[in-house]
Ligand binder design. Sequence first.
Ligand SMILES: [Zn+2]
Length: 301
Amino acid sequence: MIYLLEDETFVELDDWQKVCKRASYLSNLNVANKKLEKIIGYYELPNKVSCGLSNCHTPHFKGYVVETDDGSETNIGHACGTKYFDVVFEQMSSDFINALEVAKARAFIHENKKNVFGFWQDVNALSVGKKNIRWAIDLYKKINDSEFIGLAAYRALRQMLAISSGNVINSRPPTQKEIELAQVSGQPIPQSVDIIVGFISYIEFLSPDNDLENIYEKQLRGSVQSLQDADPEKLSRTQMKPIVSGINSLKNNITKASELIEIARLFFTKENLSELLKGLKDNKNIGQADIRRYEEFIESL
Ligand SMILES: [Zn+2]
């Protein structure tokens, strides 16, 4: 990309030759006794171009187009700029990049504001129909609430998530045969033996990364709302940055949300989640009232 500042406006050029053909451009500029007047361009190119200073000519991918006090123009890398023009260059280049980024963000917001209606349609489509994103958010909140599903089920699901295993485990005392076997092989006698009594599919769905409410309300609806409300002429670079990245990520986030809704439909079923009951009911340490909460949650699905 090549940007030139012309009449206070940044113009994007598609061809490096257009810089070289400018009337005041010199591909071999002797910097002796010249001062830096201003920076008029910035470029990042797929192929290296040579620094325009007569005593350098180092090839580089990115740099600045500068104008000296006699009206000559050339291109230099950041190192040369600092070497020959010192702090003046440092200040001018950072001001230039900042102004360029502001201009790009403004142009991006202006351009994308035209699509706000389409963005709302794409985002709101997630909440249409049965078992939509709001349905998934509601269940995601409930299953992550120990008050709602009972402490025993909550803890068991957390434990399964922590080791990324859908296995529903129960413990029983070792049998006489297992005790003998341990003794014969010189192993310590097990206190208890774990057995798999059930399996919950898609346990990873419970990961905090899959917080659908955050994705939907903040990353999706929040980004479109910010774009709609934005007045780019009044916003700073820092204020525009999250709007630009939110809109740039919109498509990916909609895809991510759609995939999570699909998983939610497979995860939040009576068949899938009742597997955990097999573990809870066999455990004598868990109260009936606690189990009942989880049963009620499953029945509501
Ligand atoms: Zn150079």
